[in-house]
Design a binder for this molecule. Structure first.
Ligand code: SAM
Length: 214
């Protein structure tokens, strides 16, 4: 069983990530290592390595593996960074970040999702994650600045509080656009101003909060 799941992960990395241009070896290793099935509700576990987003509790989704890898690669993590993640969801992306960064602060607006994610992350042995419940559009000023920020829900504009909490030279990855379709953007802070690069078209659930959708 364990070997089958490792084989499924290896296959996912080869067919979904390498074939689509994900190249960072540390990102590929993390995607080969983290057991995605552990973060899914029982009804979705047999689709853990499918090339698609999946429904999870609280009417939310877990992103497609390729989008997880693409967003992570854009952050260029080398093990030293302190990262803010907005939208913990199942905690799968959090685990990938925790493999690659020194420390991850993750915020989720649904307490039930946050608690479940924290339980699985703890069971898997992650000790460099702080899981918080609240409105992530406001970030976490008391832990700022962050070397990198990832927002895993869609906004019409980059929440100013999150850009403010990004250190100079850091990168913030966020899906920007309408409620239904967005573009994944990597926004660098250069001389205090945003410089954006578009990564891919995407579809995320809305970022709901004071500096997001209402
Ligand atoms: N990366 C997650 C994973 O691996 O499972 C999937 C994240 S899901 C696409 C987006 C998450 O953002 C949802 O769990 C949603 O509840 C959360 N969210 C939306 N608005 C938020 C906000 N203002 N603060 C924190 N979390 C928020």
């Amino acid at each position: 069983m364990t070997d089958d799941l490792q084989e499924a992960r290896n296959d996912m990395v080869l067919k979904q990530l390498l074939h689509r241009g994900i190249r960072n070896p540390r990102v590929l290793d993390a995607m080969r290592k983290v057991p995605r099935e552990r973060f899914l509700p029982p009804s979705q576990r047999d689709r853990a390595y499918a090339d698609q987003a999946l429904p999870v509790d609280c009417q939310q989704t877990i992103s497609q593996p390729y989008i997880v890898a693409l967003m992570t690669e854009a952050m260029e993590l080398d093990g030293e960074q302190r990262v803010l993640e907005v939208g913990t969801g199942t905690g799968y992306q959090t685990a990938i970040l925790a493999e690659l960064a020194r420390e991850v602060v993750t915020i989720e607006r649904h307490a039930a999702l946050s608690e479940q994610a924290a339980r699985v992350l703890n069971e898997l042995g992650y000790r460099n994650i702080e899981a918080r419940v609240g409105d992530g559009t406001l970030g976490c000023p008391e832990r700022a600045p962050f070397d990198a920020v990832m927002v895993t829900a869609a906004a019409s504009r980059c929440p100013p509080a999150l850009f403010e909490q990004l250190r100079e030279g850091g990168v913030l990855v966020i899906p920007l656009g309408g409620r239904d379709v967005q573009t994944l953007e990597a926004v660098c802070k250069v001389g205090g101003a945003p410089e954006s690069e578009s990564l891919s078209a995407c579809r995320f659930v809305p970022l709901i909060g004071e500096q997001g959708w209402h």
